[in-house]
Design a protein around this ligand. Sequence first.
Ligand code: ATP
Length: 328
Amino acid sequence: MSKTITKIAVLTSGGDAPGMNAAIRSVVRTCAFHNIECVGIYRGYQGMIEGDFKEMGPRSVNNIINKGGTILKSARSKEFQTQEGREKAYQHLKNANIKALIVIGGDGSFTGAEIFSKEYDFPVMGIPGTIDNDIFGTSHTLGYDTALNTVIECIDKIRDTASSHNRLFLVEVMGRDAGHIALNAGIGAGAEEILIPEENLGLERLLESLQKSKASGKSSSIVVVAEGDNTGKNVFELKEYIEKHLPEYDTRVSVLGHMQRGGSPSCFDRVLASRLGVKAVESLLEGKSNFMAGIDKDEIVLVPLQQAIKGHYPINTELLRVSDIMST
Ligand code: ATP
């Protein structure tokens, strides 16, 4: 283990995700295990620019493994995108004798970390924390599994009212650029159709599928729509379109929104966060930098930040076929 890294800082940045607290806890306790000092930075890069730091020991992360959100708060910082902002941030790290940085966030946060690291030759590690699961090199990001469970719980409830009134529900879930939540939660919740950014099956096909399902005796239906679905229509426009072409359907819209980000993390996310935190700290102590700790086939792996930022974790096309068969 490196003797040059004596103090590590950790921050959370971008959209919050369940499991971020469990990752903070893991980073802090792994530092303590290796007798390394640890500093929490509040409000992401903005707090780094303002020197909003707090020394953290193993007892400062008691009772947070089960909590959603992030105790360090998150933020989006425009100032960090400027050289002046990053210079201020560097000076604060230097003054506090911090030797390395762990960033828990999404691809935007990793881009900031990569730029900062290159500019100041400063060791950084990323931990993927975003519910969208859109980061290349890791099969799961922190918060994704919890978000899936939240979504299916909501859709189960919507199904109760849909079937009582013979209604069609269009349920919008998060995912501007990635359909992982829609596809997996859609299958898990038994959706009739799933509309995602990666595939455009066409509006005709949607109508055909709904007609077929009515003819086959189904009295209610759920269609899961990712925010960035590829039909070119948002969920309210889709409702109008369906009502115009299939007036026999009583169609309702439900936008799940920010509730998908909240809640106590699932067991999977807590274990993943604990494993990624250990890997991130120990990799820094081994002298590594500019990697993201991720998971692939249940192995914790290191992925170059560059790759994690540029790539996109692809949709599993087998799931599309399963979804098709299940809506028979
Ligand atoms: P989510 O996937 O939840 O949106 P994210 O990490 O992608 O998370 P962003 O808002 O894209 O969220 O990025 C978070 C922060 O990272 C930004 O507010 C900014 O401070 C920093 N950042 C993003 N892009 C850059 C960049 N090109 N240069 C410097 N900093 C950046």
